[in-house]
Design a binder for this molecule. Structure first.
Ligand code: 13P
Length: 256
């Protein structure tokens, strides 16, 4: 991890918690995170849409940011069931996940839609966390580089360096998500370095050096520090372990 890039730990709660447990969880995270860790690590939680407001209210002045798990690219209008960047900004969201593997592979989102969402998020004043990663078959067929390169290029298509500087990348190998199978720190580092090199080619060295690239996929308290010790891993996107305050705080401390 470079000193230029402040570590970033984000919790993706996925479709979990309820109105009580969402607030209890962030209250526990806020009260158990040591002051020093709060200063040296950017921290965010991404609850389900319906609990965003309660979590934002509960986190007031804690220094912990809140993100949504998805967004729609239109500003307002007849888009039943969708949530706009302006709405998320209005209630105090900072981040939004775009292109998470479950949206790609369970819901069926394509690169073109993800690209529109990233662009709309930035224009709407949100900071996208743009997720990429290969399926196990693609890794076995030695297609990881090709798949990740295409996802990054298509996801950021048409965006200037100025806009992309608002983006945090997250490399989440699909085979490591929710499986307990973490990529080894070396496997993760290899892809992170590849993404950084690609961003240097697409934009410039400054952007590549400054952009943060998180790792996600079965991050736990016992593997967080080793993952963070890799040169191009700037933070962690945590699923299951972010639903347990002690585990999530231990991961934050491992990232300091
Ligand atoms: P797990 O940490 O549960 O593997 O989930 C990772 C993830 O998808 C975070 O976005």
């Amino acid at each position: 991890m470079s000193f230029m890039r402040k570590p970033f730990v984000a919790g993706n709660w996925k479709m979990n918690t309820n109105s009580n447990t969402s607030v209890e969880l962030v209250e526990a995270i806020a009260s158990r995170t040591p002051e020093a860790a709060r200063k040296s690590v950017h921290i965010a939680v991404c609850p389900p849409f319906v609990y965003l407001q309660g979590v934002i209210n509960a986190l007031n002045k804690s220094g912990i940011a809140v993100g949504a798990q998805d967004i729609y690219f239109e500003r307002d209008g007849a888009f039943t069931g969708e949530i706009s960047p302006a709405m998320l900004k209005d209630i105090g969201c900072t981040y939004v996940l775009c292109g998470h593997s479950e949206r790609r592979h369970v819901i069926g989102e394509m690169d073109e839609l993800i690209n529109k969402k990233i662009a709309a998020a930035i224009i709407g004043g949100l900071l996208p966390i743009f997720c990429v990663g290969e399926l196990i078959e693609q890794r076995k067929a030695s297609k990881t580089e090709e798949v990740v390169t295409q996802q990054v290029k298509k996801g950021l298509a048409g965006l200037s360096a100025g806009k992309v500087s608002a983006v945090t990348l997250a490399y989440e190998p699909v085979w490591a998500i929710g499986t307990g199978l973490t990529a080894t720190p070396q496997q993760a580092q290899e892809v992170h370095a590849l993404i950084r090199k690609l961003l240097g080619e697409m934009y410039d060295d400054k952007l590549a050096e400054e952009i943060r690239i998180l790792y996600g996929g079965s991050v736990k308290p016992n593997n967080a520090a080793e993952l963070m010790s890799q040169q191009d891993i700037d933070g962690l996107l945590v699923g299951g372990a972010s639903l347990n305050a002690d585990d999530f705080v231990a991961i934050i401390e491992a990232a300091t």
